[in-house]
Design a protein around this ligand. Structure first.
Ligand SMILES: NC(=O)c1ccc[n+]([C@@H]2O[C@H](COP(=O)([O-])OP(=O)(O)OC[C@H]3O[C@@H](n4cnc5c(N)ncnc54)[C@H](OP(=O)(O)O)[C@@H]3O)[C@@H](O)[C@H]2O)c1
Length: 329
């Protein structure tokens, strides 16, 4: 038996519910590995799982993303070997730890050119940007020059999406909560940036697109932006709702989509896209390629020791962070 530091909650609630504990870690079973983490990624989903917006059984070890070295491999795992450098975005939660046993399916070998901190920061957020921009598309797809609206463009997923959209030739209109964040989005490839705390983003989108609106809105803010985002769409446009940073979108009547121009709506989640080993690896290869080519730089703006995870959550929820955040060991 190995022991590990881990962050655990015994009930849903505020950041203060997260406690540092020592846990026992055993041997991997069939389809599993044991990984010793080098760095851990912080994600907004960790906040939902902690607060109870996403209800999970207790006690719960948090964290969905990390990088490290494979320490033991269970029966049937063929794509990883002891000593491999690896990184993942994966269920179940448990990455806020030094070492863990977990399903191998979503764990990918980390290319030599990508360091552990980058690996820990980029998997969940980068694979999300991948499936949004490459697979969550309007009828007929997206062509170079098309406008899309991407909320929280200076955040973890946001800055990756800005750069990837630029590489794809898209005109990404980013929203962000301060002039400094807007500047950051522009520096990372957004064609336009709107400070949605100070400006009416619907009016600005109409102005930028000459009244036409955008083909897709990528909306991770939820409650505060959902309705107005629908009005930013062209007829037949796609509303890709993928998060709830301001709270969950309340129920609404599908007739609204008809009245606003035969719109499409999806509520997308990464975990459908990485349901198999094959799809995970294909998406990860695509992500590794844009990162190794330098088209997408993974910007780590905050680092907190694992022991200071409460502060990391407070800062993320208070909109004080930009780019990616990692927990260090
Ligand atoms: N469905 C999926 O597959 C999937 C996967 C990954 C992430 N996500 C979602 O994508 C979003 C981004 O994730 P992330 O980890 O990269 O986080 P993040 O973007 O770094 O942080 C969230 C950002 O949301 C903005 N925000 C607006 N209203 C907010 C509010 N009331 N409270 C807190 N933040 C607010 C803030 O930016 P401004 O100050 O600029 O507004 C904040 O920095 C999250 O909503 C997350 O749940 C979804």
């Amino acid at each position: 038996m190995t022991t590990s530091k881990a962050i655990r909650i015994d009930r849903h609630g505020g950041p203060e519910e997260m406690q540092l504990v020592q846990v026992q870690v055993g041997e991997p079973g069939p389809g599993e590995i044991r990984i010793r983490h080098k760095a851990i990624g912080l994600n907004f989903i960790d906040v939902y799982q902690r607060s109870g917006l996403y209800q999970l059984p207790m006690p719960l070890q948090l964290g969905m993303e990390a990088s490290g070295i494979v320490e033991a491999v269970g029966a049937g795992v063929t794509h990883l070997a002891v000593g491999d450098r690896a990184a993942y975005a994966s269920q179940p939660p448990g990455s806020y730890s030094e070492v863990r046993v977990m399903p191998a399916k979503n764990v990918c070998k980390l290319p030599d050119g990508i360091d552990f901190e980058t690996g820990a920061a980029m998997m969940l957020k980068g694979l999300t940007a991948q499936y949004l921009l490459k697979k969550t598309l309007p009828q007929g797809g997206l062509q170079r020059g098309d406008h899309v609206l991407f909320h929280a463009a200076a955040g973890g997923v946001g800055l990756i999406a800005c750069q990837w959209a630029r590489a794809l030739g898209l005109q990404l209109i980013g929203t962000a909560g301060s002039p400094e964040k807007c500047q950051l989005a522009l520096e990372h490839g957004a064609a336009h940036a709107i400070d949605y705390k100070r400006e009416d983003f619907l009016a600005r989108v109409k102005e930028i697109t000459g009244g036409k609106g955008v083909k897709v809105v990528y909306d991770s803010i939820g409650k505060d932006t959902f309705e107005k985002s629908l009005d930013c769409l062209q007829p037949f446009g796609l509303m890709a709702s993928f998060g709830n940073a301001s709270g969950a979108v309340p129920p609404f009547a599908p007739g609204v989509l008809g009245a606003k121009g035969s719109l499409y709506l999806t509520r997308a989640t990464l975990f459908t896209h990485i349901a198999t080993r094959e799809s995970t690896q294909a998406m990860a290869d695509d992500l590794f390629e844009v990162v190794l080519r330098g088209d997408v730089k993974i910007r780590i703006d905050q680092r907190y020791p694992l022991e200071q995870v409460q502060q990391a959550h407070r800062d993320l929820e208070a909109r004080k962070t930009t780019g990616c955040t990692i927990l260090t060991l």
